[in-house]
Design a protein around this ligand. Structure first.
Ligand code: F6P
Length: 544
């Protein structure tokens, strides 16, 4: 057994779980009229209600003991102070500095003047493009921005520009190309005008195969439509930490927006990786997004653990993963504008905490990140909610919604909210056999017909959910929401004693793909792999 699972705080939680496993949420609410007041609070424009979870005051206090045992407050300070807590890459993880104001010292110098410098450059560039001072080679203002990037260089800016579309301007449309599947770039560029299209090639490393392939195809597309080599400078900018590779690719250094190795890819939307956001929404809105995240940072750093939103959300998630054995966690935004949030959180949580060894390299004997998945409501209700209500496994879920719609029309938002609120209540209360029988009897059913249908009409309930509410999806609330999840992931990583800021697990497949790429176009059959891989490669070769 590891030190963690043997620890008093862990053992106390394991014993407590045996008690709580038999608890009924219905009963807990019946017994305590103040349960909502006790188990909900607000911060940075968000409200978190975690009362519909299988927790009592004692659960929370034991979870907080676990957090203290892991020295969470000291880790939070180490994060904000820029200590090199990403040990396997010997780096700090300073996404908080990107939206911060106070000096932060890394390798004995303050990084904030550089952070502000890049933000100011982004501002000048974004406003010049939006204002029509910076134009394409034929003298026309830009109408479309195509961001080429993948993973952290795509998901964040894509999710945010989708979420905040009403704040954008119709005269400058953002597009995102990430997949190396040529269909995506072909379909995106179809219908665009090369004279009015601006490309952002976003890659922290500038060595990512997919991004470079898409960038090369974009360049060819541009040159084939009247652009010259000299015009590339007007139409292509890069966002990267790798100056050398950017210039090798043919993008001028003056067209490069830099950031730093202490910004993890999946934590980078606050840096120059957010350029498509600034272009689409304007720099003021981008700064509002940063301000929202900063408000959550200040809360995370300053609030007591028991009233600390990322801490509580992280502990609740861990409670189910480690003590109830759940293996997946649903994120269900009830707002169409947040339709890319689950995909964004998949990378944030699963690439960060999908780890099997601890900080010291020992294989862990406890579960780490669950599978994160989700879809916007109400669509999910008509697809997978059946399993949430009556399936055999418990899937804890976060329900997220704004009180006001970006597009108020008729009764739509009231209907959306009604469904949102109904689902967490239904998941919690379920429907007992007696209630189901009474309902069927009232419908005129009896005898054998009733007995046959009855088991199908029972909902076990007791399915835990957390609810996050905000006034509206707008730059500040969205910034706070993203930072909430960033810090939640950090909280869990501290307790699991894993490094959330590296991602060695993505290497193996990448390398192998390079080898197979050569084999796909080589003469003769592939023979160097296992029989299955050889067989599949050779089938593809025969049918290409
Ligand atoms: O392969 C995973 C990954 O390294 C992610 O961590 C990262 O966000 C993505 O690829 C893109 O990397 P880059 O920005 O260097 O192109």
């Amino acid at each position: 057994m590891s030190r963690l699972t043997q620890s008093p705080a862990w053992q106390a939680l394991a014993a407590h779980q045996r008690q709580m496993a038999g608890a009924s949420l219905r009963e807990l609410f019946r017994e305590d009229a103040r349960r909502f007041e006790k188990f909900s609070f607000s911060a940075a424009g968000l409200v978190l209600d975690y009362s519909k979870n299988l927790v009592s005051g004692e659960t929370l206090s034991l979870l907080l003991d676990l957090a203290r045992q892991a020295q969470l407050p000291a880790w939070i300070e180490r994060l904000f102070r820029g200590e090199k807590i990403n040990a396997s890459e010997d780096r700090a993880a300073l996404h908080t500095a990107l939206r911060g104001e106070a000096p932060v010292i890394v390798d004995s110098h303050d990084v904030m003047p550089e952070v502000r410098g890049v933000l100011d450059r982004m501002e000048r560039f974004a406003e010049a493009v939006r204002g029509g001072e910076l134009r394409g080679h034929a003298g026309h203002p830009f109408t479309d921005v195509v961001n080429i990037g993948i993973g952290g260089s795509d998901l964040g800016p894509c999710m945010v520009t989708e979420a905040l579309k009403p704040f954008g301007t119709p005269s400058l449309k953002p597009h995102f190309v990430s997949n190396v599947d040529g269909s995506q770039i072909v379909q995106t560029l179809n219908g665009l005008n090369a004279e009015t299209t601006l490309f952002i090639v976003a890659s922290k490393t500038f060595t990512t195969q997919e991004t470079l392939a898409n960038a090369r195809s974009a360049r060819e597309w541009f040159l084939a439509r009247g652009g010259s080599e000299a015009d590339i400078a007007r139409h292509f900018v890069a966002v990267s930490t790798n100056r050398e590779e950017v210039t090798k690719f043919g993008i001028l250094e003056s067209n490069m927006f830099g950031f730093w190795d202490w910004v993890g890819g999946r934590y980078s939307l606050w840096s120059a990786v957010g350029l498509p956001i600034a272009l689409a929404l304007g720099m003021n809105r981008f700064r509002d997004l940063l301000a929202g995240a900063r408000a959550m940072d200040e809360h995370f750093r300053g609030a007591p653990l028991e009233q600390n939103m990322p801490v509580v959300l992280g502990l609740i998630g861990l409670w189910y993963v480690n003590f109830f054995g759940t293996r997946s966690h649903a994120v269900l935004p009830y707002d169409q504008s947040l339709h890319r949030l689950p995909a964004y959180l998949q990378q944030l949580e699963m690439e960060s905490n999908g780890k099997r060894v601890d900080r010291d390299g020992n294989v862990v004997d406890y579960a780490t990140a669950p599978v994160i998945w989700g879809e916007p409501g109400t669509n999910g209700q008509h697809a997978f909610f059946q399993l949430l209500h009556q399936g055999t496994q418990m899937v804890p879920a976060d329900f997220i919604a704004p009180c006001r719609s970006q597009h108020p029309i008729g009764e739509h938002h009231a209907m959306l909210l009604a469904n949102f609120l109904a689902q967490t209540e239904a998941l919690m209360n379920g429907k007992t056999e007696d209630e189901a029988r009474a309902e069927l009897t009232a419908q005129g059913l009896g005898g054998e017909a009733l007995a046959k249908l009855l088991p199908h009409k029972v909902f076990p309930g007791n399915r835990p959910t957390s609810t996050i509410l905000m006034g509206a999806v707008e730059p500040r609330t969205l910034g706070a929401l993203i930072a909430l999840y960033e810090h939640k992931v950090f909280v869990q990583s501290v307790i699991w004693n894993i490094n959330p800021f590296d991602q060695w697990g993505v290497e193996l497949g990448k390398k192998l793909a390079g080898k197979i790429l050569g084999e796909l176009s080589a003469q003769g059959a592939a023979t160097s792999h296992d029989a299955s891989s050889n067989g599949l490669i050779n089938f593809c070769k025969a049918h290409r």
